[in-house]
Every structure is written in C-alpha cells, then in structure tokens.
Ligand binder design. Structure first.
Ligand code: SF4
Length: 415
C-alpha cells in the first residue's frame, strides 16, 4: 500500500486493448525482461498463473507476450493448478541460452491498470508520488484551506499537466470517433458479438432529448469499449476493460453540450485524482477486486468529472464519486470465454449512464453524506478480497459458467 497518492497520469495509460492487466501489463513485463536478459537468449518460456492462465487466451495475453519477445521463440505455459499465488495475475519469465549458462528467471505480477510489481516492489518507474496525502478527505481539507479546486490541486503538483492531459484526451476522443464510424460488423473472437455503437449513434440522432442524450452517452461509451475489444488504441481509465466510461461522458459534454476543451481537461484532472486515490488505497484490478474495481472505479471517476462540469463543489464532487462506487459494490468479473466483451461492453455503457446520473444528483444536494469516498473505497477493497476467485476474472463463475454449460450441453435427440 502506498504512502501517498501517485501521479494522476498513472491512471491514464495509452495502449492497445483489450486488457490492462492481461495485455498491457504482460507486454510491458516482456519488454522489461528482454532488456534485463544477460545476452541474446535462444528461447523463452513464460508461465502464466491464476487469472492470466484462466482468461489469458481471450485477453490475447499469449500473443501480446510472444510479439514483444519476437523474433526469439517463446513457449507459453498455462498453469491453472497452482494456488496460493501472491497475486492472481502472476507471470514467470525464463530465458534459456545456447551456451548452457543458467537461465534468467523473473517472477512478476500484473497488478492492474498496466502496472507491474515484483518481489522488490513496483517496476518500470511508475509516475512519482507527488501529493502530500493519501486520501480524498485530506485532499478536500487541503483544497478548502488553500481555496483551490481539485484540478487546481493537480495543477500545483504535476509537471506539464495540461499538455500531457491534452494528449490523453486526444487519444480518448479518437477512440470514441473511431468506434462510432467503424464498419466492422462482428468483434474478433468466437462469440460473434456484433458492434453496436455505430447504429446506436445513428438512431440517437433521430430521437428527442432526454432519450437522445441517453442514447448518445450509450453510443459513446460502447464505441470505446468495442474499440478496446478489437485491440484498438485506447486510454486506461483506469483500466482497458472500463476504458469507455469516462471518455463516453466527456465526449458527450464536449460534443453535445459544447463544454470548452479546457473544462474537459480540468474534469479529466479531477477524475484522475480520484482514480489515483483508488489505485493508492485499493485496487483497479478485476482479478484482485472483481468488476467493482474496474467498472466501479471508472464510474466513480466519471461521476466526479461530471459533477465538476456541472459546477459541483468539492463536497458535491466527492459525493458523486462516492455514489459512483457505492452502487457498483459487489459487482463480479465473469467475462464470457475470457473475452473483454460480455458483460464488459454493455457494462461500460451502463456505468457511463450511472455516472451521468450520479453527477446530476450530486449537484442537487448540499454535498453532505454519511459514507465518504474514502470509506467506500476501503469497502470495495475488502469486498473484492471476499469474492470467490470464480468472480475475479477467472471465467469460472457467473455468466462465463452459464456460457460454458450452454456450449457443452448435448444436442437434442431427434425421434
Ligand atoms: S467483467 Fe469487468 S472487470 Fe471483468 S474483464 Fe469485464 S470489464 Fe473487466
């Protein structure tokens, strides 16, 4: 556990979908391992454990690692038997040499949002911790004493904040626009799931508000989630699986409500602050905390951003973020066939709509409430650890199990 909130940019990593913990993290690990191998290896072996072994095929983990280590030959071993793992997304990298010298071995954990750790600590120089506190409650007190907003707080503690957030927002916007225009009929994989964003967007424009607003929000969130499922370039917010929620909401405010770009970037800064607090105090990994840690976190971040755009005070923004998480508590992760498609894509849409409602409600209140954002993050973390592993990105329970039973059901006997 951290001693302070890290950079808000750590919640926003640009990469290729479909999964931050199962594709971006393993890809980064493979590159680090390649760089630390003593000499050119003759071959690699990478053993995937836990959630990576259970859902890695659907999440393209093996392909991602093999591409990162190419052209050297790489064997992928799937170990679903070893339990008592230090982290549910554990990988063991081994490099073998033609001169017979001892192999290089490295065990590394993909801890969520594309971040990595090994037994010595975080890997890959994550953004340095820059804030003098760990909790949002302390951030509110600091802002009140200094008469600052959340985004001004971020501005004071991060270098090059606006150009860096500008680049993040450009990638987010592109992912929405690409998803809305896509001509691809079916997403990759065996489910045969059709893309829905382009038609939803077309139909939205034939409606009157408020249905038009809700349909537009749905289309924008679906667009990014479908791009992610297709392995397209997206930004984690805070993960790949939940990458449609925050961009969906902000794209709505920028393109439909004509909110100026600078206000969108300020909202992104506030969302990032709440995401960084979740990463520092709990987890954003579906394999560790269930879908509440991914989609719940995304909805919470988007609700904070939306409340700020609507003119919310510090306490109203914090309330929006709290509700965004509270009503996702207990949400399980059970991706069908291990693809980040069912329930993930629709879940982005629902969480975006919920964030919109949380933000709207928060500014109707005086911001006072009994369960704080910091409290609900603690509850999310403990609830996540209480969930059986079948509901933490192993595709062994819930919808994934239902699908597996359906696929193995014997065909009806004809008379
Ligand atoms: S169910 Fe949620 S946590 Fe699990 S892979 Fe899908 S989006 Fe991620």
């Amino acid at each position: 556990m951290s001693i302070s909130i890290g950079s808000i940019l750590d919640a926003f990593k640009t990469g290729a979908g479909p999964s931050s913990s199962h594709s971006i993290g393993p890809q980064r690990a493979a590159r680090f391992f390649l760089a630390r191998s003593k000499q050119q290896p003759a071959r690699f072996r990478v053993t995937l454990y836990g959630s990576l072994a259970e859902t890695g095929r659907g999440h393209l983990t093996d392909q991602t690692i093999a591409q990162a280590l190419a052209p050297t030959d790489c064997e992928i071993a799937w170990d679903t038997q070893t339990d008592n793992l230090k982290h549910p997304c554990t990988m063991k990298f081994e490099a073998f040499y033609s001169d017979g010298s001892a192999p290089t071995v490295w065990t590394v954990y993909s801890v969520g949002g594309g971040n990595l750790e090994d037994d010595a600590g975080p890997i890959g120089n994550p953004e340095p911790a820059t804030y003098p506190f760990l909790h949002i409650g302390e951030a509110i007190r600091w802002c009140e004493e200094n008469r600052l907003s959340f985004w001004q707080l971020a501005e004071r503690h991060e270098s090059q904040l606006w150009p860096r957030l500008g680049a993040v927002w450009d990638t987010m916007r592109d992912s929405v626009a690409r998803g809305l225009k896509s001509k691809q009929v079916f997403l990759p994989g065996t489910l045969g799931l059709p893309r829905r964003a382009p038609l939803t967007w077309q139909r939205a424009q034939q409606l009157q508000s408020p249905q038009r607003d809700l349909a537009s929000l749905s289309a924008f969130a679906l667009a990014v989630a479908e791009e992610n499922a297709n392995g397209g370039a997206i930004v984690t917010a805070p993960t790949c699986g939940s990458a449609g929620v925050l961009p969906g909401l902000l794209y709505y405010y920028e393109t439909v409500k004509e909110v100026p770009r600078q206000k969108i970037l300020q909202a992104l800064a506030t969302a990032g602050l709440f995401g960084a607090a979740i990463k520092a105090n709990a987890t954003v990994s579906g394999a560790e905390g269930g879908c509440q840690a991914e989609i719940g976190s995304a909805s919470s971040m988007a609700a904070a951003a939306g409340s700020q755009i609507l003119g919310g005070s510090l306490r109203q923004i914090e309330y929006a973020a709290e509700i965004g998480m509270e009503h996702h508590l207990g949400l399980t992760c059970d991706p069908v066939e291990g693809y980040v498609q069912i329930p993930c894509i629709e879940r982005n849409m629902m969480a975006c709509l919920r964030a919109f409602e949380c933000a709207a409600f928060s500014v109707l209140t005086d911001g006072q409430h009994l369960v704080s954002f910091d409290d609900v993050i603690d509850v999310m973390y403990t609830t996540g650890h209480d969930l059986q592993s079948a509901y933490r990105e192993t595709a062994r329970g819930g919808l994934a199990l239902l699908w597996r039973k359906r696929m193995t059901r014997p065909p009806p006997v004809s008379s």
